[in-house]
Design a protein around this ligand. Structure first.
Ligand code: ADP
Ligand code: ASP
Ligand code: MG
Length: 405
């Protein structure tokens, strides 16, 4: 007997037939004698529609009200899955984030989980009931509903698994595991039996949306055993494990892309101490995450600053920079939302030279221009025009010898 958290993503919950299919999978685990808690996403497409409505009414909408709107997708699927389970003869009960409660900080729209009260859920699981918990949702210190950012149900599931001291956290999705890159754009991508926490963390953070970054970070810190597997096929998935459990270490283990990037260039900034602190401090105060940054060498005491933010943060970043223009004294702001970030990740980079050069060569051979470069110990990222995203990922997958049969 084991205690298991099962998480089902949007495609797995997309319609009533699929919800019945999910209920069948949950029932099998329960009949196997296990204690089961389920975490669900909204039906695929729902969250996008809700986000779109908020943006249409006001691009700079109040983040508390955004959360009030977008958290509703998961309320629907918790109730529907509980009904489907009851109909299949399984005792089940829905739980919204505020009912558990899943406590978060106050960063509406991208909140972080602070604590989960697990005792009541454990009591019910021990009594044979299946809690169906809304992913994505939390309760903020202001006593209002928060959401955890896109892909948030993964994090809800891992955090719940830690709070319930579960033996496993199974993330059911529409692919049968973690691949060397997104199998939807590279048919020759290979499925990995195991991937290290470090590499998965890095891949997720640069756009491999199969797991939300924060969920991997939590799994690593709380020692949660995570498996990614298909809700449509019966086969083993990919285990996320410690680096020393992986025998064959590749130099590059995966390639990820993110179209969700926007490039901002602030031109004609007076080059004096404190200017970066003032600019990025103002953005941080508005909860805008800044990613890649380059500052040009200055000419005549003036410099240009280029950086990237998530596309969703672009309107807020622009208005924040406009507000501090009198203080910073820059000349103009240029914004380009049509950029993608392409990254190669691998622990082998620590000990091998020439990994970056292979990347630059492969992109040059396809005449793809690199706009910004950034590196970390096990990752190299470049910013390119988004039209070339797929071409770049395929070229790199081949260049690093990752293509499968
Ligand atoms: P869910 O709704 O179940 O959370 P997501 O759409 O968030 O599913 O994540 C699954 C998707 O992640 C896949 O359909 C695939 O297109 C994409 N993906 C990106 N990179 C990878 C990768 N390296 N391995 C597997 N899937 C990936
Ligand atoms: N509501 C979530 C989102 O789109 C659903 C998911 O991650 O699958 O961010
Ligand atoms: Mg997801």
């Amino acid at each position: 007997m084991a205690r298991i958290v099962m998480k089902f993503g949007g495609t797995s919950m997309a319609d009533l037939d699929r919800i019945r299919n999910v209920a069948g999978r949950v029932k099998r685990e329960v009949e196997g004698g296990n204690e089961v808690a389920v975490v669900v996403s909204a039906m695929s497409g729902t969250t996008n529609r809700l986000v779109g409505w908020c943006q249409e009414l006001s691009p700079l909408h109040d983040a508390r009200e955004y959360d009030a709107v977008v958290a509703t997708g998961e309320q629907i699927t918790t109730g529907l899955l509980a009904i489907a389970l009851q109909h299949a003869g399984v005792d089940a009960r829905s739980w919204q984030g505020w009912q558990v409660p899943i406590q978060t900080d106050g960063a509406h729209g991208k909140a972080r989980i602070a604590a989960i009260e697990g005792a009541e859920l454990i009591r019910r699981m021990q009594a044979g009931q299946v809690p169906v918990v809304a992913g994505f949702q939390g309760l903020g210190p202001d006593n209002r509903v928060t959401t955890l950012g896109r892909g948030g149900p993964d994090t809800s599931a891992v955090a719940l698994a830690a709070a319930l001291k579960a033996d496993r956290c199974d993330i059911y999705t529409d692919v049968d595991g973690v691949y060397t890159t997104d199998p939807r754009i590279v048919p020759k991508a290979r499925k990995l039996d195991k991937i290290s926490y470090e590499e998965m963390l890095e891949l997720a953070s640069v756009g491999a949306k199969v797991l939300q970054t924060r969920s991997v970070e939590l799994a690593m810190n709380e020692r949660v055993r995570v498996q990614v597997l298909s809700s449509f096929a019966d086969m083993p998935g990919t285990l996320v494990v410690d680096e020393d459990e992986i025998v064959e270490k590749e130099i590059v283990s995966g390639i990820a892309y993110s179209r969700d990037e926007a490039k901002i260039t602030v031109r004609g900034v007076p080059d004096r101490p404190g200017i970066a602190a003032a600019m990025f401090g103002a953005l941080a105060a508005q909860n805008v995450n800044v990613d890649m940054i380059v500052q040009n060498i200055s000419a005549d005491g003036m410099t240009d600053m280029t950086f990237t933010v998530g596309t969703a943060d672009l309107p807020r970043a622009r208005s924040t920079l406009a507000d501090v223009q009198p203080q910073l004294g820059y000349a103009e702001i240029l914004a380009d939302p049509n950029v993608s970030k392409i990254s190669v990740v691998g622990v082998g980079m620590r000990s091998h030279a020439g990994v970056a050069n292979t990347m630059f060569r492969a992109l040059a051979d396809k005449a793809i221009n690199i706009q910004v470069i950034s590196t970390s110990e096990i990752k190299i990222s470049v910013l390119i025009a988004s039209d070339y995203t797929e071409l770049a990922v395929r070229a790199l997958h081949t260049a690093y010898g990752l293509d499968g049969p």
